[in-house]
Design a binder for this molecule. Structure first.
Ligand code: 5RP
Length: 213
């Protein structure tokens, strides 16, 4: 296993240890979350029910014996755990490298606690573009024009909800202002900036050492 993979595994194991029997758990998407699924399944906790943020996570979780339910009938979760592409010292995140940020944001918002897991390579001093977007297919060209510096992501399949995955490449300085601007464009379903208010804890692994940002 590479050092980067080892760090993902360490952060994921620390987060899996936070889950308690009987909890409703939101599962993110990506290679760090893959380690979480293994660690959580190994704990064999009684009564844990999960919702998945992507078909890939759902498939892997079920294969490992985790109980996965649709997210249509639940209105809250106890805890959600997910990876990130970037995390800055203020705990702003950029997510959506895997194009799953819309569902990930819905799940994180519904959770009492949102735990972010990352290897040390995900920590940044300053958040940089690209910022992932999910756009409504209807009026796509007009939405891209309104956004300015945004392009449809090459080769990215539509999201499971039919959205077009794109990236914003414009200036990223005032993160709150940019998040508000992206939120205000009607054709933007969701963007990959996650504000610190959403984040309960960021577990970053450096080697074997896991620290909370
Ligand atoms: C998917 C995500 C992932 O959490 C993010 O891309 C990190 O992925 P990985 O753990 O594979 O580095 O936001 O939309």
């Amino acid at each position: 296993m590479t050092d980067a993979e080892h760090e993902k595994q360490a952060a994921a194991a620390a987060a899996a240890a936070l889950v308690e029997p009987g909890q409703l758990v939101g599962l993110g998407t990506g290679s760090t979350v893959a380690h979480l699924l293994t660690a959580l399944a190994e704990r064999r906790l009684e009564g844990v029910r999960c919702v998945a943020t992507s078909p890939a996570t759902e498939r892997s979780a079920r294969e490992l014996g985790l109980q996965v339910e649709a997210f249509d009938d639940l209105d809250r979760l106890d805890i959600a755990i997910d990876g990130t592409d970037q995390v800055d010292p203020d705990r702003w995140l950029v997510k959506g490298g895997g194009g799953a940020h819309t569902r990930e944001k819905v799940v994180a918002t519904a959770a009492e606690r949102f735990i972010v897991i990352a290897g040390s390579d995900k920590t940044v001093d300053v958040i940089r573009a690209p910022i992932p977007l999910e756009l409504l297919a209807y009026g796509l060209r007009a939405t891209l024009r309104e956004l300015g510096d945004a392009t449809v992501r090459d080769g990215a399949p539509p999201s499971p909800d039919g959205g077009v995955i794109a990236d914003y490449h414009g200036p990223v300085d005032d993160l709150a202002a940019l998040a508000a601007r992206l939120d205000a464009v009607p054709g933007v379903i969701a963007h990959g900036l996650f504000a610190p208010e959403l984040v309960t804890e960021v577990l970053v692994a450096t080697g074997d050492q896991v620290t909370s940002l």
